[in-house]
Design a protein. Structure first.
Lengths: 310, 335
């Protein structure tokens, strides 16, 4: 990838947190390649789904972050989505105290810990209206990645508040949508286990465990305590309109596919070097067998896909 | 310990249900306005502003409290609807409003400083740090805890956040996902608890008779469950459906079941929890009478040391989804 892509102006690309439980070696390789090749501006690191997984990779984060920074990427640390236990709380408090990195708050514990200093708000925190966005900006939020279920109309109504408060607005544009989080581990449950003795069975499914209907239709993906959409979000056809509404950043959520090529595809459409139609074809080549959706943005059921832009 | 140490908070989707709850021994009743501002936005349910004022009068005459749930997230571009709901609640004389949205909490605090603020379960505050922050920032006085915590965690949390009060769910429909953070319903139907105050809305439900006689329950375009002809088919709530994964077919999230934490009443009293909440504003007067009555007796018995669990469970079996109950996350092994 060219240096030009790394220093591009205009809308930015964020590589969201890896939701899946990949082995540490694979994660290191993944981020090394992102550092070297992917035209993304920002990378969110850290285990946001399940605190039981964190020890496997936490020790590698400083080195991975350093490598990404050397490659010109901004590194943001994401906090745990559902915080319950004492050690999880302490982890969030320690994370929020970081002077070296911007922290992305993914629950109210992190929001509380980050209040009063610059931070980002992740898509798992409820920001549905301008009042809430303004409040968060007053408390120090400099960037907000909006919940996946927001419509284009809602984003349009939020954008002025973001502009007035100088808050960067981010929207997820690729990958499975995080739809729910639970205290219960459905990965363990599907394997006849409990969360406490889960044997880390979620590692078996690097792109989530497909959950189908009784008719065999693909529906959702289970990832430990998290439930994701069965489809991949694809907002390639909506990027232009979202930019005009005031969206500053687009988030690519890592999946088990060539994420460098995915990032290149989105970057090319944002830069106007590749039209939407061939970019869509390319995305489907990169994710064989996957279905795509963009219904939330269009104000219909999230699992729907509408080829015409908003 | 005085009876006031554990308050019984009961649902009312209609004025008739409110009267039933008062009669059956509710210490407080919670209601919502008939629009998208509350998380049980079902046709024919909930209160007009005039009905709410009358409800407050009747509740106060009975010496009880009225809470008004305005616990969805204000729609961008239509925040005025939610602001008016808070204004109306203050005018009606509500003893508290139950809110989830941080921007709406700020509005209530700024415009109605005397109005007591309870944090809805939809706000998803699960730690002392989050709760203290909300108390400090908005003056929140009570928090309805997410149904993700074990009894031990509820106990620790309640001690840690005092004097902020905790309220926990004791009975009724049970979300298995962290509330206020679930977009499964809108993924399938376009409407979610956060955006429209509904989950798995009735308008998207369809029961289809198959050629072999089976009945398929569908939500939007998604098959949620299938039953042999004549077998009882429950409401197809998305997360209580049967699906396939990892080579097995079953209730992969949760079985059709209700929460019943009656076993834990003594433990919750010991934990210092301030209020027990019964879910079910969408349920009828008979449900309210029965469940509230049983829990009134159970709490009174627990406070006087004569608590028996099995009788309570048996008495309520008919009110439970699928006739089954779980203590949910209160028991660690549920996870």
């Amino acid at each position: 990838m060219t240096l030009a892509a790394k220093t591009s102006t205009g809308p930015k690309l964020t590589l969201g947190p890896l939701h899946f439980h990949w082995p540490a070696a694979r994660r290191r390789d993944f981020y090394a390649r992102i550092a070297d090749e992917a035209p993304v501006d920002t990378v969110v690191l850290g285990e946001v789904v399940c605190s039981k997984r964190a020890p496997f990779f936490d020790g590698d984060i400083p080195e991975v972050a350093e490598r990404l920074r050397r490659a010109g990427k901004e590194v943001v640390l994401g906090s745990l989505a559902l915080v319950m236990q004492a050690r999880e709380r302490q982890g969030v408090i320690d994370l929020a105290a970081s002077d070296d990195f911007l922290v992305e708050a993914n629950d109210l514990t992190a929001l509380a810990a980050c209040a009063g200093r610059p931070h980002a708000i992740g898509p798992l925190v409820a920001v549905y209206n301008p009042s809430t966005l303004e409040l968060m900006a007053r408390q120090g939020a400099t960037r907000v990645c909006l919940p996946g279920e927001l419509t284009a109309d809602a984003i349009a109504a939020l954008a002025p508040a973001a502009r007035e408060t100088g808050t960067e607005l981010e929207v997820q544009a690729f990958g499975r949508l995080p739809l729910a989080i639970s205290a219960r581990c459905y990965h363990a449950r599907a394997h006849g286990l409990h969360k406490d003795g889960c044997r880390y069975v979620c590692e078996k499914h690097p792109d989530g465990m497909d959950l189908d209907t009784l008719d065999g239709a693909p529906f959702l993906a289970v990832n430990g305590v998290q439930t994701l959409s069965g489809s991949y979000l694809d907002l390639l056809g909506d990027l232009d309109r979202l930019r005009s509404l005031g969206v500053d950043r687009f988030r690519l959520s890592p999946q088990d596919c060539d994420m460098v090529a995915v990032a290149e595809t989105f970057r090319a459409v944002l830069d106007g070097t590749v039209p939407v139609a061939p970019a869509r074809d390319r995305l489907r080549e990169l994710c064989p067998g996957r279905r795509f959706s963009n219904g939330f943005l269009h104000g219909v059921e999230g699992m729907a896909y509408q080829a015409a832009g908003i | 310990m005085s009876a006031a140490s554990l308050s019984l908070v009961c649902p009312a989707g209609t004025p008739a249900a409110l009267d039933a709850a008062l009669e059956a021994g509710a210490d407080a009743v919670y209601c919502g306005y008939a629009d998208a501002t509350n998380a049980r936005n079902f046709p024919g349910l909930n209160f007009s502003p005039a009905e709410m004022r009358a409800a407050a009068t009747r509740t106060h005459k009975a010496g009880r409290s009225l809470y008004i749930a305005i616990n969805t997230f204000p729609k961008a571009g239509d925040e005025g609807t939610w602001h008016r709901a808070v204004d109306n609640a203050a005018d009606a004389g509500a003893d508290a409003v139950i809110l989830a949205d941080l921007g709406l909490l700020a509005y209530a605090q700024a415009h109605h400083p005397a109005l007591r603020l309870h944090l809805s379960v939809q706000a998803a505050a699960s730690t002392p740090e989050a709760i203290r922050y909300l108390a400090r920032t908005f003056g929140v006085q009570r928090v309805v805890l997410p149904r993700v915590l074990t009894l031990a965690e509820v106990t620790d949390l309640t001690a840690a956040v005092a004097p902020v009060e905790t309220e926990v769910f004791a009975f009724g429909g049970m979300c298995v996902m962290a509330e206020g953070r679930c977009q499964l319903s809108s993924y399938v139907t376009g409407q979610s608890p956060n955006t429209h105050g509904v989950c798995s809305p009735a308008g998207a439900v369809q029961f289809r008779r198959e050629a072999g006689g089976d009945v398929t329950a569908r939500l939007g375009d998604v098959t949620i469950d299938r039953h042999p002809a004549g077998a009882p088919a429950g409401y197809p709530t998305l997360c209580k459906g049967r699906f396939r994964a990892n080579g097995t077919t079953g209730y992969l999230f949760e079985e059709p079941t209700s929460l019943n934490a009656a076993d834990h009443i003594p433990g919750l009293i010991k934990a210092g929890v301030r209020a027990l909440k019964i879910e079910g504003r969408q349920r009828g007067r008979a449900y309210v009478t029965r469940v509230v009555g049983e829990f009134r007796r159970a709490i009174d018995a627990a406070l006087s040391g004569g608590f028996t669990v099995p009788d309570l469970a048996r008495g309520l079996a008919s009110e439970m989804e699928g006739g089954r109950a779980t203590a949910g996350a209160y028991d660690r092994r549920w996870r």
